[in-house]
Structures are given as structure tokens and as C-alpha cells.
Design a protein around this ligand. Structure first.
Ligand SMILES: [Zn+2]
Length: 505
């Protein structure tokens, strides 16, 4: 009885969407009334009240709860009353951490009235079990909410917060999409460019160059309450944004929803679902692109696997990176005057990185110097290195990288064709090259197997005949290019080679 008078009590009240089914019994005012009655009967002094209205119990990051913990930390309260354990939280491990560890450590008495939990009473064995039950309830409610959304999706109703880029919500029916006259033409153009064979990266580049707002930026302009700062990653158009647009059936007039799923009801982590699992309802709204263009654009994305045989291939692609921002170094110019420059500087300018660059041939020369050391390997070390190279050279691993590389070269040509600076005849020639390159890739698949002559590769490296991208990435994880400086009119630059395996000095 003596202790009661020293107690400074606080109510903690919480109401969330997942309490819908309990209606009035859970309302904030009812929770307060119940706690007041209880405190009065017990003779507790209540000095504070903390409340989270509309915040789910699956997270502990709630404003009211944070204030409550702050009050405990500041020694303002040493008694907490809640209606039941689930008010505190629906995650039994974290809830248990507070009731079993944190509150006792802070000498805070904790009472959950309806669950008959009182940390001053010895009968606490049931609390952990109640926590488990509370978590099960949360899981079930989360499933219920999700399934009611799914029902709506199956009816073709649009349930997203924001209309997809190119569309806006119908003023008369928020579950219906209508064309956004500002952005639909841009979507149409994206499909056109892709149909012409432009890569997603180049389409994005072109839109950025024309200063067309990215979907995220456009959304923020349209809804000023959204903060652009939250979209730092998406301020500019990116290849992945373009790819998502190109395969989205929404532009064919079909509703495509349920593209992602929350991995757990507890957190906000969202994972993407494969296309086959999307909920697609056909012809729910006006299409932005015709079927033919849609198909062409998506085929175009697959077809950009052709190359001109004598084209310059950047052997440092995927290996040379900027020492400061770790972005890949991209090529500028054409042979014999190719320069490698920091890719983020190239695309975004000074805001992201500075002008790191190196002459391609200089870098090749340095790389050869480094590779010379392999000439000094003894037989056992050689075999070790061969094994590594063999793994790196296996086509399954490198075919895609190679295709990427070739794509890049071709994209420029397609862009030229699209811009009208490339003739139809030239375009035809490229198609031929495409066939040739295709069969080349196929034969590559056959040659790189156990019959590969590693002694020859080794000799090639020593003679530096051909340092292909595959060979370089067989030897190096990365090559870091730092910012050059100018000393006595001579360029000084640090290049750090990260070999995949140790080289004797
Ligand atoms: Zn950089």
C-alpha cells in the first residue's frame, strides 16, 4: 500500500485499422474509461496519457508509444496501464521484450487490465502465451484485409493510391482509370522508341535529356503534399522505370494489380510477384498503345542482341569502376581516342560525382603491366589460375554480360535510325550482323568447355594479344579509377586493381 503513493501512472491507448471488428469496445474513449475506472479503484495517481490512434500494433514505431518510452526514460512515470496486452503490440517477441525485460529493468510496473497481467503480481506465466495469440490475430486480420483487396482487384477495380503514369483516376469513379493527356503521349513515345529497338537505358537517357519529368517527379508536381525528397532514387528516368512501363499491361487497357506482396504482416518489406501471378482483368479502361505497338516494343527489347563485328568493345565494361562513387566507367568517343569516364558523372554531372576519367589505351597499358606478373607463376599456381579462369569463362556466366555489351554498341545505331540519320539499307545490314552474332554466341557456348586450351590462353595473356572483357573479368573483380590530379603538368592518377586471386609481387 505504501508503494502506491509513489507510483506515477500513465495510460497507453491504441486503436488501429486491424481493430475494426471489435468496434466500440476498442475505441479510444472506451479504453480510457476502462483504465480510469481501474486506476480509481486501485487508487493510482495518473499523471500522463499516451495515445496512438490509427496505428497498427504490428510496428513499435508509433509516436505515442515513443513518447511513453521517453517518459519512462526521463523517470516521469513508473506505472503503465493498458486495456490488454495487444494494445502494447501484436508482435510477441517485441512485446515480451518490453514486459519481461525493459519495464522490469526500469522498475516500471505494467498492468494489462483485461488480461489480468500485473507485473507486481506473480501470475505472469500466461503473458507470453497471450502475446503469441495477439500475433496470430494480427496475422489473420492482415490476411483478411489483403483478401478483400484481392476481391476488388479481381473485379478490375483500380485500388492503388495513385494512377499509373499515363493515367489519372476518373473524377466520377476513383476505381476507374482515364487517360492523362499530359503523360499518355510520353508513354506512347516510349513504346515507339522501344519498338525501334532503343534500349531502356537509352530511352531513359533521351527523356532525361529532354527534361521530361520522371513519373515520381510528375506525381509530386501533381500532388504537392508529396515530398520529392522521398523519391531521391527516382528523380530521373531510369532503365528499370522504362522496362516496367514496357511490360505493364495497363497500357493495353487491362488492369494489372497484385504485382507485389508484403513478405510479412509485421513489416513494410514488399516483394515483387512474377507476372504470371498478377491479377489481370482485360479491357477495364482505355488503352494508351495498340496491341501491335505493345508487341513490337516488347519484341524490340529482346531483339537488341546484334552487333557490328568490327565495333569497338570495351574490355573494361563491368570491371572498371569510379573509385569514389563505384559506378561503372562508361566510354566516351571512338577508337583510337576512347576515354573511360565515371558513369554517374556522365549521366548526372557534378551533383553526383566528379569528372573521373582515364584514357582507354593508358588503362590497357597499365593492365598489361599488372598482368605481366602472371608470367612468373609456377606450375601449381598456374593450374589454380586456370581453374579460376575456366569458371569465369563459362558462357552461362558471361553470355549475358556479353550481350549487354553488344547491346550498348547497337543502341547507338538504333537511335541513329530512329532519328533518321541511319538509312533503311544500313538498318538491314545490321540485321544481318545480328544473325551472324547470334550464331557466334551459340558456337561460343560449344567451344568453352573442357577442351579449351588454357596454355594458349595463358600465352595470349602473356603476349597480350587480346584482352577481352571475359579475360579481364576472369582476372579482376574490379579496377578502381580515382580522380586524376595535375602535378608539374603531368597527370597523376591512382588505379587500384582488385585481382580475383593473389598475384606474386
Ligand atoms: Zn564517380
Amino acid at each position: 500500500m505504501e508503494r502506491k503513493h509513489k507510483l506515477r501512472g500513465a495510460f497507453y491507448l491504441r486503436l488501429s485499422k486491424d481493430d475494426d471488428n471489435q468496434k466500440e469496445s476498442s475505441s479510444i474513449s472506451n479504453q480510457r474509461k476502462l483504465l480510469q475506472d481501474y486506476a480509481e479503484k486501485a487508487g493510482f495517481d495518473i499523471v500522463a496519457e499516451f495515445c496512438d490512434d490509427g496505428v497498427s500494433g504490428t510496428t513499435f514505431d508509433r509516436p505515442g508509444f515513443n513518447q511513453l518510452i521517453q517518459a519512462v526514460e526521463n523517470g516521469l512515470i513508473n506505472l503503465i496501464l493498458v486495456k490488454d496486452l495487444s494494445r502494447l503490440g501484436r508482435d510477441y517477441i517485441q512485446t515480451g521484450q518490453y514486459t519481461e525485460v525493459y519495464f522490469p529493468a526500469k522498475n516500471v510496473r505494467f498492468i494489462a487490465v483485461n488480461d489480468e497481467v500485473d507485473s507486481d503480481q506473480p501470475l505472469n506465466d500466461l503473458a507470453p502465451f497471450r502475446n503469441v495469440v495477439n500475433e496470430m490475430v494480427a496475422r489473420d486480420t492482415s490476411r483478411k484485409i489483403r483478401s478483400s483487396f484481392q476481391t476488388k482487384m479481381r473485379e478490375g477495380a483500380f485500388i492503388g493510391n495513385f494512377a499509373p503514369y499515363g493515367y489519372q483516376k476518373d473524377k466520377h469513379d476513383k476505381n476507374h482509370l482515364v487517360i492523362d493527356p499530359n503523360t499518355a503521349p510520353i508513354v506512347h513515345r516510349i513504346f515507339e522508341m522501344a519498338a525501334f529497338g532503343c534500349s531502356s537505358a537509352n530511352i531513359a537517357k533521351s527523356l532525361n535529356e529532354q527534361k521530361i519529368s520522371s513519373p515520381a517527379v510528375y506525381r509530386c508536381q501533381k500532388y504537392p503534399h508529396l515530398k520529392l525528397a522521398n523519391y531521391t532514387q527516382k528523380k530521373a528516368w531510369s532503365a528499370s522505370t522504362i522496362r516496367k512501363i514496357l511490360k505493364n499491361p495497363v497500357y493495353r487497357g487491362h488492369s494489372a494489380q497484385g504485382k507485389s506482396v508484403k513478405s510479412s504482416f509485421k513489416n513494410r518489406h514488399v516483394s515483387a510477384l512474377p507476372m504470371q501471378e498478377w491479377i489481370i482483368v482485360e479491357n477495364t479502361h482505355e488503352a494508351v498503345v495498340e496491341q501491335e505497338l505493345f508487341d513490337l516494343a516488347n519484341e524490340g527489347a529482346k531483339q537488341r542482341q546484334c552487333v557490328k563485328k568490327d565495333s569497338f568493345v570495351n574490355s573494361f565494361s563491368k570491371i572498371a569502376v569510379c573509385a569514389d562513387c563505384h559506378h561503372g566507367m562508361s566510354t566516351i568517343g571512338s577508337m583510337p581516342h576512347v576515354i573511360l569516364a565515371c558513369g554517374s558523372y556522365k549521366s548526372h554531372g557534378k551533383s553526383i560525382c566528379s569528372n573521373h576519367f582515364i584514357d582507354y589505351n593508358d588503362l590497357m597499358q597499365c593492365t598489361r603491366e599488372v598482368l605481366k606478373r602472371y608470367a612468373l607463376l609456377d606450375e601449381a599456381e598456374k593450374q589454380e589460375v586456370f581453374a579460376e579462369i575456366k569458371e569465369e569463362l563459362s558462357p552461362s556466366k558471361h553470355e549475358n554480360e556479353r550481350i549487354d555489351e553488344l547491346n550498348h554498341i547497337l543502341d547507338t545505331l538504333y537511335l541513329d535510325y530512329y532519328a533518321g540519320t541511319l538509312s533503311a539499307q544500313r538498318f538491314e545490314q545490321l540485321k544481318e550482323h545480328y544473325e551472324a552474332e547470334k550464331s557466334q554466341l551459340d558456337s561460343l557456348r560449344q567451344t568453352v568447355d573442357d577442351t579449351v586450351d588454357f596454355e594458349k590462353i595463358y600465352r595470349d595473356i602473356i603476349r597480350f594479344d587480346e584482352l577481352s572483357p571475359q579475360l579481364l573479368s576472369a582476372f579482376f573483380e574490379s579496377i578502381e579509377i580515382s580522380q586524376g590530379s595535375d602535378e608539374n603538368h603531368e597527370k597523376q592518377q591512382q588505379i587500384v586493381f582488385h585481382p580475383r586471386f593473389k598475384i606474386k609481387p
